[in-house]
Design a protein around this ligand. Structure first.
Ligand SMILES: Nc1ncnc2c1ncn2[C@@H]1O[C@H](COP(=O)(O)OP(=O)(O)OP(=O)(O)O)[C@@H](O)[C@H]1O
Length: 342
C-alpha cells in the first residue's frame, strides 16, 4: 500500500504513532513506527495483531518497511481511533466517567478479552492508556506485551524457546505478576478491575503510591486489593470484587463476568457523548502519580530457584533507572520501557 505520513498522534516508550493516508483512496489510518533495527517488539505485536479479528480490538491494516531520512522504519498500520485513549478522555474532562458509560466500556473491553483469552492470548497491559475510543466505543490496542499463554504451542509466540517474560504496568499488575510467578488471562481481569477504578475515580487504583518497589511489594504481599469506590452501585462493586480477587484461581473469567448483572444493563447501542463524562475536583490532574515510574511499562524477571520474589522486587526498585533499554548480566532482566523522557 502506498501512503503518506501525517502528524504524530501519540508517542509510546519506543514507538511513534502518526496518522497516515493512502495515496490511492482517501482512507485514513494510524501507523505505529520504529526504526527497523529496534523493531523486535513491534514485529511481535504485528504478528499477534495480524491474527486477530474482533470488533473490540483495533483493526490490523498491514505492515511495511520504509526508508525515511536515511533510516529504515518498520511500520504497523491500524485503523485510526479518533477518540484517543480512555485515560485521555478522563484527563481532558478533568474528571471521571459515570457508571453507565463505565459499564458500556467495561463490556466492550471484556468482549475483546473474551475473544483473546479463548485464543490463548493474554494482553498483559490492560489500562486506560491502551483502550482506544472510536465511533463504536472502546477497543483494545497495544499488543506490545501480549503473549500466548502456552507459548510453547506457538512457534516464536512470545516466550517460546527463551526465558519466560512477565511484564506490564506496575500500577495495574496482579499479585501473581508482581511476585514474578505467572501472567495469564486472570491477570488481564485484575487489570480490567484497576481500569474500572481509573474510570470511576480519575485516580490510580493504588492511591498515594509513587515508588515502584513499594507498590510492587504492596501488591505482591500485603493481602490487599485496590479500594473499591464507595459511591458505585452494589452491582458495580460486586463486579469489581470478582475482578480483584487476589488468588487468580478465584477471579472470575471474562466469560463469567459478561453474565454479571452489572453488564446486563449495558446497551451496545449506547450513545457516547461528552455528557457522560463529569467533572470531579479530585481528578487525575491533581496527582502526579500518572507521571510516576509506576505507570511505565516494565518487563520483570520471573521466579528462579535462586532468589525470592522479595529480592526481585528490591532489585526492580533499586535498578529501575539504570535498566532502561538494556539487558543485565544474567539476561533475565530485560528492557524497562519508559514512556517519559528522563
Ligand atoms: N490506532 C490508533 N489510533 C489513534 N491513536 C493511536 C492508535 N494507536 C496508538 N495511538 C496513540 O499513540 C499512543 C502510543 O501508542 P501505543 O500505546 O501503542 O505505543 P507504545 O510504544 O506501545 O506505548 P507504551 O509502550 O508506552 O505503552 C497511544 O497512547 C495513543 O494515544
Amino acid at each position: 500500500m502506498d501512503w503518506t505520513r501525517g502528524h504524530i498522534i501519540g508517542r509510546g516508550s519506543s514507538a511513534t504513532v502518526s496518522v497516515a493516508k493512502s495515496i490511492w483512496c482517501d482512507e485514513v489510518f494510524a501507523v505505529k513506527s520504529v526504526e527497523l533495527s529496534e523493531s523486535q517488539l513491534l514485529q511481535k505485536e504485528q504478528k499477534i495483531l495480524s491474527q486477530l479479528s474482533s470488533p473490540y480490538i483495533v483493526i490490523y491494516k498491514g505492515y511495511d518497511v520504509t526508508k525515511e531520512k536515511d533510516k529504515q522504519m518498520f511500520n504497523l498500520m491500524m485503523e485510526y481511533m479518533s477518540g484517543g485513549t480512555i485515560s485521555n478522555a478522563i484527563r481532558k474532562q478533568g474528571g471521571r466517567i459515570n457508571e453507565q458509560l463505565i459499564g458500556y466500556y467495561a463490556k466492550q473491553i471484556l468482549l475483546g478479552l473474551e475473544y483473546l483469552h479463548s485464543r490463548g492470548i493474554a494482553h498483559c497491559d490492560i489500562k486506560g492508556q491502551n483502550i482506544l475510543l472510536g465511533k463504536t466505543g472502546a477497543k483494545i490496542s497495544d499488543f506490545g506485551c501480549a503473549r500466548w499463554v502456552d507459548a510453547a504451542e506457538r512457534d516464536g509466540g512470545g516466550a517460546a524457546g527463551s526465558v519466560e517474560q512477565i511484564g506490564g504496568t506496575p500500577m495495574f499488575m496482579a499479585p501473581e505478576v508482581a511476585r514474578g510467578e505467572e501472567q495469564g488471562c486472570p491477570a488481564d481481569i485484575w487489570a480490567l478491575g484497576c481500569t474500572i477504578i481509573e474510570m470511576a475515580t480519575g485516580r490510580s487504583p493504588w492511591t498515594d503510591m509513587t515508588n515502584t518497589a513499594s507498590l510492587l511489594y504492596l501488591i505482591a504481599f500485603s493481602g490487599e486489593s485496590p479500594e473499591i469506590p464507595r459511591f458505585l452501585s452494589l452491582q458495580a462493586k460486586d463486579f469489581l470484587y470478582k475482578c480483584l480477587r487476589r488468588d487468580p484461581k478465584d477471579r472470575w473469567t471474562a466469560k463469567q463476568l459478561l453474565r454479571h448483572p452489572f453488564l446486563e444493563e449495558s446497551n451496545s447501542n449506547f450513545m457516547i457523548t461528552q455528557d457522560f463524562v463529569t467533572s470531579s475536583p479530585t481528578s487525575i490532574l491533581d496527582q502526579d502519580i500518572w507521571s510516576s515510574d509506576s505507570m511505565d511499562r516494565y518487563l520483570i524477571r520471573t521466579a528462579s530457584s535462586v532468589d525470592t520474589p522479595l529480592q526481585r522486587i528490591r532489585e526492580l526498585g533499586s535498578n529501575s533507572r539504570e535498566l532502561n533499554c538494556k539487558w543485565n548480566d544474567d539476561q533475565r532482566w530485560i528492557t524497562v520501557r519508559s514512556s517519559r523522557s528522563e
